[in-house]
Design a protein around this ligand. Structure first.
Ligand code: GN1
Ligand code: MG
Length: 378
């Protein structure tokens, strides 16, 4: 959309959510790969006659990704309400309501929702270990806040979201029909991914065999989905709850490491620098296990390191598949963006394979330390 057209549209969406005060400005927040997000500023009277800026977040959900956005909002409302009741003083996500008391507005151009804007900082790439440890704690706390929430109450808003085997099957099917004639160009990446398929499907296979348990999972644990206090750098709240569904702890842990502990961004073209930063891994694992070690099963702990490899391969199959079918799912900023992303994930996965032993040792050490700390506290 052109600037003024977007501004007009955001103003109309704001009216649906009964936002007051003149519309002042907006900016697009481009870090998400699926939804469209805008920070929208309104002018308000501060009560003494002075004008203040009141920001909101407006989001248009990607309906190619989320076929049933009403169910997405049902999940989010249940989960945020559960957290609000348990931790009334903590920062929580607050959605605005329309005249008919809904947290969404369905229009021809999509599915809109409005949140209160939380002043905070986010990090896309971060080697400050204190911040990374705080991110681990935040996702660990998220897991613990929902430990008494019945996962079966949640809708499967994207069925088989982290079913790695199904992701592979889709890739294989799309490669065999090769609708855009792109397979030859990515044959090397395709072959490598297939060569590690068995190991990459470990979590899926263990879940199907009843060896890992379903919990409430966030399922999209990029570090930029944690808001941090601008001054203290303490984590304030975990955001982007669109994919909250029953899932495995490995899905959350693995995806977080895949994103935060990579030396490069997830779509870096310079894959000679891509790889797992063990210091960042260590800090994240410590933060996460500090909160969760007491409840995780042995199988869960034993698969945490491998889950990072699994989630990295899984996302590589998703990026590669999206390239093969013509870039339909992920927003792309350049023609070969999905190939670049695939190559970067593969480079990371290869490096993780070499470091699996060290990663597992770190996980086991942290899990033991925090379990013992809990025993002492009992
Ligand atoms: C998408 O849009 P964003 O950045 O929150 C995707 C994740 C991927 C991620 C890769 C619903 O998340 O699964 O890991 O891109 N979300 C969905 O950057 O598919
Ligand atoms: Mg997301």
């Amino acid at each position: 959309m052109k600037d003024n057209v977007t501004a007009r549209r955001l103003l109309q969406v704001g009216e649906q959510f009964r936002l007051e005060g003149p519309f002042f400005s907006y900016e697009e927040i481009s870090s998400g790969n699926v939804n469209h997000t805008y920070k929208v500023n309104y002018i308000r009277d501060d009560g003494t006659g002075m004008a203040v800026i009141k920001p909101y977040l407006m989001q248009r959900l990607n309906m190619y990704a989320f076929h049933n956005p009403v169910e997405v909002m049902e999940n989010i409302e249940k989960v945020t309400e559960h957290i609000r009741v348990k931790h009334p003083d903590a920062v929580n996500l607050h959605f605005h309501h329309t005249n008919d008391k809904k947290t969404y507005y369905i229009a021809e151009d999509g599915f809109w929702r409005v949140y209160t804007y939380v002043p905070a900082v986010t990090f896309d790439n971060c080697d400050d270990l204190t911040i990374v440890r705080n991110a681990g704690r935040a996702f660990g706390n998220f897991q613990m806040s929902l430990i008494d929430f019945d996962a079966s109450k949640l809708n499967y808003t994207i069925p088989d979201f982290h079913n790695t085997r199904k992701r592979y099957e889709k890739l294989i099917t799309d490669a065999s029909s090769d609708p855009c004639g792109r397979l030859d160009e990515v044959r090397e990446e395709y072959d490598w991914l297939l060569s590690v398929m068995k190991q990459a499907c470990t979590l899926t296979d263990m879940l199907n065999a009843g060896k890992l348990q379903l919990r409430v999972a966030h399922n999209d644990t990029k570090i930029n989905n944690v808001l941090f206090d601008e001054k203290t750098r303490e984590a304030l709240v975990v955001i982007d709850l669109d994919t909250v569904m029953p899932g495995l702890v490995g899905h959350d842990f693995g995806d977080a490491v895949r994103f935060a502990a990579n030396f490069t961004e997830e779509d870096s073209e310079d894959t000679s620098r891509t790889g797992l930063n063990l210091n960042v891994f260590w800090a994240f694992a410590q933060g996460y296990l500090e909160k969760t070690a007491g409840i995780l099963t042995k199988e869960e702990i034993d698969t945490l390191a491998l889950s990072c490899f699994v989630l990295t391969c899984e996302l590589a199959t998703r990026f590669l598949d999206d390239y093969l079918i013509g870039d339909k799912y992920f927003k792309v900023k350049k023609p070969k963006h999905n190939v670049i992303r695939t190559r970067c994930q593969i480079a990371l996965a290869k490096d993780m394979l070499e470091k699996l032993g060290a990663m597992n040792a770190i996980v086991q050490e942290s899990a033991t330390r925090y379990r013992n700390a809990e025993d002492r506290a009992d």
